[in-house]
Design a protein around this ligand. Sequence first.
Ligand code: GLC
Length: 439
Amino acid sequence: MTMKKTLKTSAVLLALTMGLAACSGGQSESQTGKDSKNEEGKTSQSEKVKIVYARGQDSTKATEKIIEAFEKTHPNIDVEFREMPADTGKQHDAYVTMLNAQSSEIDVMDLDVIWPAEFAQAGYTLPLDRFIEKDGIDLGKYNQGALAAGNFNGKQWAMPKFIDAGMLFYRTDLVPKDKVPKTWDELLKEAKELKGKGGTKFGYLMQAKQYEGLVCNAVEFIASYGGQIVDKNGNVVINSPETIKGLKKMVEIVKSDVVPSNITTFTEPESHTAFIEGQSPFIRNWPYQYALANDKEQSKIVGKVGVAPLPAGDKGSAAALGGWMTAINKYSKHPKEAWEFVKFMTGPEGQKISAIYGGLAPTLPELFKDPDVLKANPFFAEEGFVNALNAAVPRPVVPNYPEISEIIQINVSKALAGELTVEQAVANMEKEMKAALNK
Ligand code: GLC
């Protein structure tokens, strides 16, 4: 009922905005057409179109380099970078506020892999199919899992930009290769031994604040002990001995003295900053950590970083699947120029820059063989990395994911704070998720 109403409202909004877009778009197109005819294809300053590209805080140089390269090859398009909050949940809410108000202030935006279906259903993004077809983009060249995250109701709403999978990064000067921990217990033991050595203050860093990254860390603990949250058929299966075991290990680590005492305030930036400042031998983070740790301008541990799969529980190692896609705001006044930027950034040239300067794992598998990409990220060639990417565990794929995520965030946080036992937290999650999914 509610869903139908939302869809109906968005259909009306869609019709309205398409009308508006047609009016404003029509005008600028005819102007451009007139100019370009008498100027033999040369672009003049007056034809310049400015588009605004929004994404979360980028601690690497990748965004700057992509925009630079794009503007060089597209002299008629200026790209302004709008930095959004690093916390993906806050970023989500900022977009939702903007797009609910039908704002055209941003043209292109990066979407976390968990959002495209929600955004498509709410009518926030433009379907990209006609652009893809017109430019003959071969979707077969993309990682199909990553591509699928941007597909909803048979349409492609976002292009895959990079894949994320949780990994263990360690200090090669403190941890010999044969000592890289293979299980959570080994990690705890070694983190205890190394804490305080070689200028470190902590033994392990992760993300334990109440936000989306906590869900990713929890998924990894749960899956490494064989637990699941929602099964393939959409059934809530979280209340299992395996999930309980996984979350107990997470609580044990968070409550131990190997992590900073305020670890429940840590998101990616807090943890990566402590790591590149040399404060910990180990960190759980996404692949961008490698490029950042090797950035001479920011890092004190250049050349001293190794990458390994996350430690295993009873059932092996598990990485949460993350990543980002790029979409066009449906209310953009410059969809054509916006597409040019999307095409460039998510195409081979843009993804190569992201991989080299941002350490981001491409969604175009051919780039894993590119010598420049491999020089910047030697671990991309390792079997362990490729296997971790391929086996990464998705978060529950349900249309009201934000609600499910909140249930996990709240209950796991309470378990970490000792306000609930893991058993109680899991029972709450089961009950609340069943209610949310059966609405
Ligand atoms: C990374 C992942 C994203 C995830 C987020 C959580 O940005 O790519 O999918 O939601 O981290 O903090």
